[in-house]
Ligand binder design. Structure first.
Ligand code: ASP
Ligand code: MG
Length: 457
């Protein structure tokens, strides 16, 4: 049995947290593969640092080095520290060389290379902490493991197929010998050999990719919260922790609201039916949330209600657009050039409407202006909207669900600006004005999650 265990930034962010995480790893009786994020704050530090190059390179190196040595020296004794410093100096030399190398700065993946440095050092400290605790462990970078990545800078995707054959060759033999590989999260390597990151928070995704490649029996994401919640506790204080849900529900929730998991974490494990547990490394005795492929009948209608705020609808009007799908294609192609996220699309005879983040509106309008004016008759933007995402298993096959949900929306006196139902059978998403959104969420949660009442509003 193999468990892939991923530790987030706060779980490796201080000597105490590292010690606790090392203990959790030592307690796991299955064979294990460990994946870690950078120590908390380090990736932000590197993102800011990358903007101050080349002038600040000495300061960046000095501060980065000090932060990691401080933490390691609180965990390791004299001899262990000497061992650690040998590996540390090698990796630091590579980092220093990178910042001095003017040709590297011209690579489109330069920022990826810099921002992925944090993981190379957090994993080194964790590996040495495990050795200090008596385990056999080896620190491996994504380069060492052959985690294959493709796509645009700072938003890569893993090539699961290529990664699997490399991991079998480079990582599996360690596991077979009882050695714990401690692997860098957050990035993979392009075919040209350059680091490419998977987007902020991407170490969860790395761990899922590694679990997929290893054919693991379980993926554990160790973080600093107890698991997925039925609603944001800042909106509804008596939110309940979700003990169990299926992959589709978790994917929708991770995508639309809850910040517990990187939204792309589900797919690599779902493909191989590998269950995923979200656990709190600060409270390891808590059961967390388990996510798997089983669909069990349940009493309550909704599992969770998520909210995504600060959205806008851009409506594009053009006569009989419905009869000109090529026009819709052109519009989407233009919007896609900016790599923005489109949260929902809806069409009518003469309008196509897109739901996007407020921050993306300006650049989308600029793109749309480059389309032939004959195609578009008018563009309207409505801002300050929020998307409510009601998540529950098999919503579509239950009769009357939408009627119930929209009755609750009416109770909150909210006008529905856009609806997306049917695209997934585990979620019903709709857009309301920001000013009404939290009331809608409260009412829906109280009525339909966990069998509560709508008192207390
Ligand atoms: N360290 C990276 C970040 O902060 C990746 C991660 O945390 O998963 O975005
Ligand atoms: Mg992080």
């Amino acid at each position: 049995m193999i468990t892939v265990m991923k530790f987030g930034g706060t779980s490796v962010g201080t000597p105490e947290a590292l010690q606790r995480s090392a203990g959790i790893i030592m307690n796991e009786s299955n064979s294990k593969v460990v994946v870690a994020s950078a120590m908390s704050g380090i990736t932000n530090f590197l993102v800011n640092g990358a903007e101050r190059l080349p002038e600040s390179r000495h300061d960046i190196i000095a501060e980065f080095e000090k932060k990691h040595i401080d933490v390691a020296s609180q965990l390791l004794n004299g001899e262990q520290m000497d061992d650690f410093m040998k590996d540390f100096d090698q990796r630091m030399k590579r980092f220093r060389d990178l910042l001095e190398d003017e040709s590297a700065a011209k690579s489109p993946y330069y920022v990826d290379n810099i921002t992925s440095q944090g993981e190379r050092f957090s994993t080194l400290i964790l590996c040495h902490a495990l050795r200090a605790a008596g385990a056999k462990a080896v620190a491996l970078t994504s380069e060492d493991c052959g985690i294959s990545a493709e796509g645009s800078p700072q938003s890569g995707s893993a090539n699961l197929h290529k990664t699997e054959s490399m991991i079998m060759m480079k990582v599996k033999p360690y596991v077979d010998e009882g050695v714990i590989p401690v692997i860098t999260g957050f990035y993979g390597i392009t075919d040209g050999g350059l680091p490419l990151t998977f987007g902020r928070g991407g170490s969860d995704y790395s761990a899922a990719v590694i679990a997929n490649a290893m054919n693991a029996d379980l993926l554990e994401i160790w973080t600093d919260v107890d698991g997925f919640m039925s609603v944001d506790p800042r909106i509804v204080p008596d939110a309940i922790k979700i003990d169990e849900m299926n992959f589709s529900e978790a994917a929708e929730l991770a995508y639309f609201g809850a910040k517990v998991l990187h939204p792309r974490t589900i797919e690599p494990v779902r493909k191989k039916h590998i269950p995923l547990k979200v656990k709190n490394s600060f409270k390891p005795e808590e059961p967390g949330t388990i996510i798997h492929h089983l669909r069990k009948p349940r009493g309550d209608m909704l599992r969770s209600v998520a909210l995504k705020t600060d959205l806008s609808i851009i409506s594009i009007g053009s006569a009989e657009i419905a009869f000109h799908p090529e026009m819709v294609a052109n519009i989407i192609e233009k919007i896609a050039e900016n790599e923005v996220v489109i949260y929902s699309i809806s069409t009518s005879l003469s309008t196509v409407a897109f739901l996007v983040h407020n921050n993306d509106v300006k650049s989308i309008l600029a793109k749309l202006n480059t389309l032939g004016s004959g195609d578009i008759e008018r563009i309207e933007v409505k801002g300050d909207l929020a998307l409510v995402c009601a998540v529950g298993d098999n919503l579509l096959s239950k009769c009357g669900v939408s009627a119930e949900i929209f009755t609750a929306v009416k109770e909150a006196s909210a006008n529905v600006e856009m609806i997306s139902e049917g695209a997934s059978d585990v979620s019903l998403n709709f857009v309301v004005p920001m000013s009404r959104a939290t009331d809608v969420v409260k009412i829906l949660h109280n009525k339909y999650v966990g069998g509560g009442t709508d008192e207390g509003l």
